[in-house]
Design a protein. Structure first.
Length: 145
């Protein structure tokens, strides 16, 4: 599959707003953790040929890969995957906000406020938090040129 625009609907559904609503309706960290695992199931498996060193995300303890392209619509489209279930869910949370967006929208999106609003920062281990930020930084780096 060459066209990342059609690879996943994440960013259209769920999007940042629908995730804000889902997390607001979910009480307690255990329920939020379950929601994150469920979200990870929405992420299509990354084709093996995309799981290359070039696409590997640095800064994640688990294996994770990110492939991106700028579409004819001038928006960015991402394919991302990990070998860890919780990381797959965290990827969906990031892609819900940034996938299928313009460079300007990606750079302007307040990711720290989004994570705080979802309640992620206070419950993630430092290594998971760093991995989550590594995903966001990789996307911002690729879309800033």
């Amino acid at each position: 599959m060459n066209n990342l625009n059609s690879y996943t609907a994440i960013g259209r559904e769920p999007n940042a707003e629908s995730l804000r609503q889902q997390f607001a309706a979910t009480h307690g960290w255990e329920n939020q953790y379950r929601l994150i695992i469920q979200l990870g199931k929405l992420l299509p498996a990354l084709p093996v040929e995309w799981q290359t060193e070039e696409n590997r995300l640095k800064g994640c303890e688990s294996q994770a890969w990110l492939k991106s392209e700028k579409g004819e619509d001038r928006n960015w489209h991402f394919a991302c995957d990990s070998d860890a279930r919780i990381v797959r869910g965290l990827i969906v949370i990031v892609l819900a906000a940034l996938n299928h967006q313009s460079s300007e929208a990606i750079q302007a999106f307040d990711m720290e406020a989004y994570f705080t609003e979802l309640g992620l920062e206070k419950h993630l281990s430092p290594s998971r938090g760093n991995g989550l930020r590594a995903i966001v930084l990789a996307i911002r780096d690729q879309t800033s040129a």
